[in-house]
Ligand binder design. Structure first.
Ligand code: ATP
Length: 319
């Protein structure tokens, strides 16, 4: 039985369909990545799953509980952990008091182990925490009652790269121990690095649902060919080449055909060197969000309307 079953789920805010007939399942023991830029509808799905808002139509089940059935949902909540995107802790309390509060509500079998790993400060008021430390406290809170399913909304936002790595390694161990992780993200590299499957959401609609490996396998590989002499673009191009760019004697493209066919083709040119890179999720993302995706420096600063590739950010074409 799937851990999460989402069935034709729709949530409207006036004219905006924040979730538009969304259907998919999340299986036990997987890290599922829910990917989309700001405003795509990720938080809406998460809030629906937790019963924090009501669907306009359609439904979902979390650990077998119908999200429209408040009592059933309350019963399974001891087996669900939740890391919200905005951590609404009581600001004047210390971290320790906050964790004590959650412990009384749901238990804290794993508090000490998690504190050792994520190390948020415990004895000062939350209002003095850095955003990274708030998130570390949130992570301890989400896992300390040892739930079967943990739902995380943008879990690495505000974390430095070392802490991101620590969290990713931890999530993989949890998955290997049979736990299920549902995480939303607009960071492509994170989803590519840690998730087993991905659902891509755009304007409230699910536009892709696939294993990461399959998605990457279909996306084609990045290829750079260095030639002895400049070449004419039209003479070089084949149908399997996408986003072809020629700079002097270097040709760069995404290749969707077989590697063998490409190598046979290149025999016809005076090739100095060939580099074949791994497929990237941002290529796939551009496919779903339009070819006019551009690197946007302003978005890189504000993080608004942007999808992060890890190093730079890609603005989605047309919204
Ligand atoms: N309470 C609300 N009232 C009106 N519109 C809302 C409300 N909550 C969300 N929306 C709208 O629904 C759409 C989806 O928002 P949602 O927060 O689910 O996106 P998201 O993918 O989680 O974005 P982010 O990464 O910025 O959190 C947006 O257009 C948003 O403006």
């Amino acid at each position: 039985m799937p851990v999460i079953r989402i069935d034709d789920l729709t949530k409207r805010y006036g004219d905006v369909a924040a979730n538009d007939h969304v259907t998919f399942d999340v299986e036990a023991g997987e890290i599922f990545g829910y990917l989309g830029p700001n405003g795509a509808g990720k938080t809406t799905t998460i809030r629906l799953l937790l019963g924090l808002i009501k669907p306009t139509s359609g439904t979902a089940e979390v650990l077998g509980a119908d999200i429209r059935d408040r009592r059933a949902l309350t019963e399974v909540k001891s087996d669900v952990g939740y890391l919200p995107d905005t951590l609404g802790f009581e600001e004047r309390l210390t971290g320790r008091r906050v964790l004590d509060h959650f412990a009384r509500m749901r238990g804290d079998e794993r508090r000490e182990e998690l504190l050792e790993l994520f190390r948020p400060p415990l004895d000062k008021p939350i209002e003095t925490y850095s955003s990274g430390n708030r998130r570390m406290l949130g992570i301890v809170q989400a896992f300390m009652h040892d739930p079967q399913l943990v739902i995380m909304d943008e879990p690495t936002s505000g974390l430095d790269p070392l802490k991101q790595d620590r969290l990713h390694l931890f999530l993989e161990k949890e998955r290997d121990a049979g736990k299920t992780i549902f995480l939303s993200s607009h960071v492509l590299s994170e989803v590519q690095r840690v998730c087993d499957r991905v659902g891509i959401i755009r304007d409230g609609e699910l536009v892709a649902l696939e294993e990461i490996e399959t998605l990457l396998g279909r996306s084609g590989k990045r290829v750079w060919v260095h030639l002895a002499e400049p070449v004419d673009e039209e003479r070089f191009r084949t149908d399997e080449m996408i986003d072809l760019e020629v700079t002097d004697a270097t040709v760069q493209f995404t290749y969707t055909g077989e590697a063998k066919t490409l190598l046979e083709y290149l025999v016809g040119f005076d090739v100095v060197d060939v580099e074949i890179g791994e497929p990237q999720l941002d290529d796939i993302f551009k496919h779903y969000y339009g070819d006019d995706a551009t690197v946007d420096e302003e978005s890189a600063v504000t993080g608004k309307d942007a999808v992060s590739t890890g190093e730079d950010r890609v603005r989605t074409g047309g919204g």
